[in-house]
Design a binder for this molecule. Sequence first.
Ligand SMILES: Nc1nc2c(ncn2[C@@H]2O[C@H](COP(=O)(O)OP(=O)(O)OP(=O)(O)O)[C@@H](O)[C@H]2O)c(=O)[nH]1
Ligand SMILES: [Mg+2]
Length: 328
Amino acid sequence: MPTNLPPEYFKADQKFREAESVPAKIAALEEMMSTIPKHKGTDKLRAELRRKISKLKDEQQKKKGAGKHESEFHIEKEGAGRVVLVGSANVGKSSILAALTNATPAISEAPFSTWVPIPGMMLIDDIQIQLIDTPPLSKEIAQPELFDLIRSADLILIVVDLQATPFQQLEDSLRLLNEHKIIPKQRESESIDKRRIQFIPVLVIVNKDDDDQCDEDFKVFNELLEIELPLIPISTANNRNFEKFKKRIFESLEIIRIYSKPPGKDADLTKPFVVKKNTTLEEFAGKVHHDFQQKLKTARVWGSNVYDGQLVGKEHILHDKDIVELHI
Ligand SMILES: Nc1nc2c(ncn2[C@@H]2O[C@H](COP(=O)(O)OP(=O)(O)OP(=O)(O)O)[C@@H](O)[C@H]2O)c(=O)[nH]1
Ligand SMILES: [Mg+2]
C-alpha cells in the first residue's frame, strides 16, 4: 500500500466496505480512484481498483441484461455538495424539497407518499447544492439501498414534525441510522468502536413551526431534548426561517467559495471554486489546475484575515469568499 494516500482515499475506502449495492460500490471505488495521486508508486493500486470497477460494472451489466433496470436509489452526484432529507413519515420531507428546489415530489396529508428518492438542485447564494428527498425511515419499508444513498451524503437533514411526536421521531431516525452504522459526525468523539462506522454531519430540522404559538412548543422541545445535535425550527407552510435554514445548510457542509482572479483582470464573481474549509493556497491551486500546485510561487489574496491584495505563501489558509490571484 503506497504511504502517501490522502485521507479522502480512506474515507472512500470505508464507503466501499459499507456499500450494500453494486452501484454504491462502483461509486465508492471511482471516488477512491479520483483521490489517488498519479505516480509510479501508486500504479499497482490504481490498476487493482480499475480491475475491481470493471468487474462490478460487468456484474451490473449482467443484472441489467436480466431485465433489471438501474436502481432508483442510485443518483449521480451534482453540485457542490449532497444533502439528504430523512425522517419519519409525514414530517414534511417532500414539502422541503419542493420549497427549496424545482423538483415536484408528491406531497400528501397521508403518510408514506414517497417511495423512491427524488433529487433537486437548491441554490444557496451562488452555489448549487444537491438536495435529495427519501422515502420514510421506517424499519418496515426502508430498503438497504436507502442507507447506501444516505451514506453518500455530505450532510444529513433529519426532519421531525413539531406538531406530532418530534422526540419519538428523532429517536427513531437516529436509531435506524445507527443500526446501519451511520452516526452523526458531531458524536464521533463519543463513539468507542469506530470500525465500519460512517460519521456524517447531521442537522435536525424541526418542521411545522408555523407561528408564535408553535415557537413555544419548539422552546419546550429544545429544552427537554437530551440529544446534543444542532437544531433549526422552520415552517414549510409559510417559509418561516428559510433564509437562516439555507445558511445553516451551507455552514454545516463546511465548504468555502473561492473566486479566482487572473493577474491584471477582474475576478469572475459568478463562478466560485468550492473547496473544503481550511484549504490552503497550495491545495486550491491544485484544484484550479493540476499543474498549478507544483508551479505555484505565491498569490495575492483579497478577503478575510489579509489586507487587500496581500501576498501570501503556499500554506496560507483560505476563507469563504476570498479572491485569489495565483502567481505561477
Ligand atoms: N402545518 C404544516 N404542514 C406542513 C408543513 N410542511 C408540510 N406540511 C404538511 O404535512 C403533510 C406531509 O408532508 P410531506 O411533505 O408529504 O411529508 P413527507 O415527510 O414527505 O411524507 P412521506 O413521504 O410520507 O414520508 C402534508 O399535508 C403537508 O402539506 C408545515 O411546515 N406546516
Ligand atoms: Mg414524502
